[in-house]
Design a protein around this ligand. Structure first.
Ligand code: 3H9
Length: 692
């Protein structure tokens, strides 16, 4: 039973009970209808209160059901709402904590609504690529007015219940105990007739057509590749221009169309992917975590400073350790400047500014950080330097402190081996700029303790990052895959592309930036440094030499005013470079390659399928726990287009057999050895399955 039924005096109370957020899945919907029958058939019952158990009134339709027939099985949410709205006895929604999506639609089908202050009220469907499909687009404008309702529906942003007091959404805001208040309200209105229905309210908005047209234009310009926001406007427009039932039908048709769209499936995948990433099969959810009340960061450079800001933003004091006073002063000054910029933009109050700046202090002494609960090393990416730091940390840090490394490529097990407490060592790979990028790759060493992983996963939530656990391997999940992508980008230049052509093809697919613009932004010297190491460590791996030739010209990117593109002073816009293009053409000639015209399809397939194949190896080796973890790494750290759901989800939408067919085709070209499909992917394709 996903709802409980009780009678208290003359009032029946139906309590939805489907943890964690009382999602309106099939069993909950059925239980509400059954409870309603009991209440309507009981002559002693004068009014019915409906509420939610635990931490929500209701988080809406059960999104997990969306891919199954259960989502639309009777009683549908429409049916449930009809039962409530047409009941012969008054039905009162008693709202608290979270009232979202289908939960709010259900409440709007009740005759009355009471709520506690602080409840989050939203129709957030648009964030899942759909629109409210159970009357929300028709009823919310009737209680909040056209403008406010449209804003809420198009943005999906929650509004606190007290901010909506005084509107027709709430009949009363309850101070104190919600159920006592709701039952008192129910007794007060038990005999009042006729029963008010939201559907009967008339929307009065002078010149609504002009407003709707303005909204369409604005929303179209802002919604990028996502169809849902504009459809939200269409559905709300129907609330004003059509009869209630006709509007409901329009909403329903648009909902059914959107729920099947790849964009919505991708957003739902990201919603669950984000939450799944915080779970590890062998680390139980009740694993105790270590308290984190103080943090230390080794290194006050750009990375160390950015990392420190995350903790200050979350209210946790951070010490930054540097070797020299000058470097420390410089690092602290940059952090202060960053906060000042945010303050000047009006995104930080004076109080928050003072608090955050005050939480970050500096030191030159290892002894001063000994009591930190976690220390994150962000020093130069060289094993010798890491060795010195970790030996020192092992010496000074208190027992139980977590020793974390921000390494992006080095072996965390080797680093752990520099200490006598490898179980306390973990990788925390932040992405630059560390105070902005959402991704945190958490690298699990062979000996990393489970409570250390549980602690860092919980901490990543606290600092508003998407924490994804990776096993130890060269480059971990993200950089190991991007290496294959970058190799293909280089080969494409040798075979006939210009940097601009490659970037444009990828950007057309929805990437924030193509590989060459990205290189110019991040600094081409970083890749050069890594490749030089690889030429020694892994001589069998082939790379195009174009990137080395570029670096030999000192063209490291925006920071040197020239990279794959030319730049004008004070202007970050990339201009195609004749010099670079000539250099690429000359290089092809030196290699004896006949340059050919390469289609956008080939460019994007080669770049994305290179990611996918490496991702399949990563899954096969158990480096990533699940395909959605890889997708989360790419969505939150590498600018993979959200509406495509991440590389593994994208491969699933193309179909793994099609991916393998394309790879076989490219295997016949230059560097064909890069195109051997991972056995795991071949197996899944043969079974007709996908990664997710
Ligand atoms: C809809 O209503 C369509 C209708 O218009 C039309 C229908 C015909 N379903 O976020 P958290 C799970 S569409 C299933 O970490 P928080 C979530 O997966 C729906 N499961 O907690 C997680 O599970 P697990 C419109 C759901 O306290 C657990 O709850 N509604 C749902 O930070 C905790 O989640 C939305 O879009 C759901 N609807 O935040 C609301 N919601 O523990 C989406 C949550 O196994 N949800 N779960 O990983 C949210 O925004 C937040 O989850 C919420 C709680 C604010 C509710």
């Amino acid at each position: 039973m996903s709802a409980e039924y009780q009678v208290s005096g003359n009032i029946a109370v139906i309590t939805m009970n489907n943890p964690p957020v009382n999602g309106l899945g099939h069993s909950t919907r059925s239980a509400i209808v059954e409870s309603m029958q009991l209440a309507l058939n009981d002559d002693a019952v004068k009014a019915i209160v409906i509420t939610g158990a635990g931490k929500a009134f209701s988080g809406g339709a059960d999104i997990k059901e969306f891919n199954s027939p259960k989502a639309f099985a009777e009683p549908s949410l429409h049916t449930v709402i009809n039962v409530l709205e047409n009941a012969s006895k008054p039905v009162i929604a008693a709202i608290h904590s979270v009232c979202m999506g289908g939960g709010l639609e259900l409440a709007l089908g009740c005759h009355y609504r009471v709520a506690t202050a602080g409840a989050q009220i939203a129709l957030p469907e648009v964030k899942l690529g759909i629109l409210p499909g159970a009357g929300g687009t028709q009823r919310l404008p009737r209680v909040l007015g056209l403008e406010m309702a449209l804003n809420m529906i198009v943005s999906g942003t929650p509004v606190a219940s007290e901010k909506l007091a005084g509107t027709a959404l709430f009949n009363e805001l309850i101070d104190g105990d919600l159920m006592q208040g709701a039952i008192a309200f129910a007794n007060k209105i038990a005999d009042a007739r006729p029963l008010p229905r939201v559907r009967d309210i008339k929307i009065d908005y002078p010149n609504h057509e002009a407003f709707l047209q303005f909204s369409r234009n604005t929303v179209r310009a802002m919604s990028g590749p996502f169809p849902a926001p504009l459809k939200c406007v269409e559905a709300v427009a129907a609330a004003v221009t059509k009869k209630f039932d006709d509007g409901l039908k329009i909403e329903r048709d648009l909902f059914l169309e959107l729920v099947q769209s790849t964009e919505s499936k991708a957003l739902r995948h990201a919603f669950f992917g984000e939450r799944a990433a915080s779970k590890l099969p062998d680390v139980p959810e009740d694993t105790p975590t270590r308290p984190i009340k103080a943090v230390a960061v080794i290194g006050g450079g750009t990375m160390g400073g950015g990392i420190a800001m995350n903790f200050a933003n979350a209210g946790i004091p951070v010490q930054i350790l540097e070797m020299k006073q000058e470097a420390l002063d410089k690092g602290l000054a940059i952090i202060r400047k960053n906060y000042e910029n945010t303050f000047k933009k009006g995104k930080l109050t004076q109080e928050k500014f003072d608090q955050r700046v005050g939480l970050i202090t500096g030191t030159l002494s290892y002894e001063a950080i000994a009591d930190a609960d976690i220390v994150i090393e962000a020093v130069f990416e060289e094993m010798g330097v890491k060795e010195q730091v970790f030996k020192k940390l092992d010496e000074v840090m208190k027992p139980g402190a977590i020793l974390a490394s921000n390494t992006s490529t080095l072996d965390v097990d080797v680093i752990a081996g520099f200490t006598k407490r490898p179980e306390d060592v973990v990788g925390t790979h932040f992405f630059s700029p560390a105070n902005v990028m959402k991704l945190l790759e958490i690298v699990r060493g062979k000996k990393t303790a489970k409570d250390v992983l549980a602690t860092v996963l919980a901490l990543s939530k606290k600092i508003k990052k998407t924490g994804v656990v990776s096993g130890v391997c060269d480059g971990f999940i993200g950089n190991r895959m991007i290496e294959q992508y970058s190799r293909q980008a280089g080969f494409l230049l040798e075979e006939g592309c210009t940097p601009e052509q490659v970037d444009k093809a990828v950007e057309k697919l929805g990437f924030a930036m193509g590989p060459f613009r990205m290189g110019d932004l991040a600094g081409n010297d970083i890749g050069w440094y890594i490749r030089k190491r690889r030429y020694i460590d892994k001589p069998h791996v082939t790379y195009s030499k174009t990137a080395d030739l570029l670096c030999e010209l000192g063209r490291f990117g925006q920071k040197t005013g020239a990279g794959w593109y030319d730049y004008k002073p004070g202007d970050r816009k990339p201009y195609p470079s004749q010099l670079v293009n000539d250099m690429i053409i000359q290089h092809s000639a030196d290699l004896g390659i006949d340059r050919r015209k390469i289609s956008d399809q080939e460019i994007t397939e080669r770049l994305i399928y290179a990611l996918v194949n490496e991702g399949a190896h990563i899954l096969e080796e158990g480096i990533a726990t699940r395909a959605s973890d890889i997708d989360m790494v790419y969505l939150t750290g590498y600018g993979f287009p959200l509406h495509r759901g991440g590389p593994m989800f994208y491969a699933d939408t193309v179909g793994l057999t099609n991916v393998i067919l394309a790879m076989n085709k490219y295997a016949k070209g230059r560097h064909g050895d890069a195109w051997k499909p991972a056995p795991f992917m071949v197996k899944l394709a043969a079974e007709g399955k996908g990664f997710n």
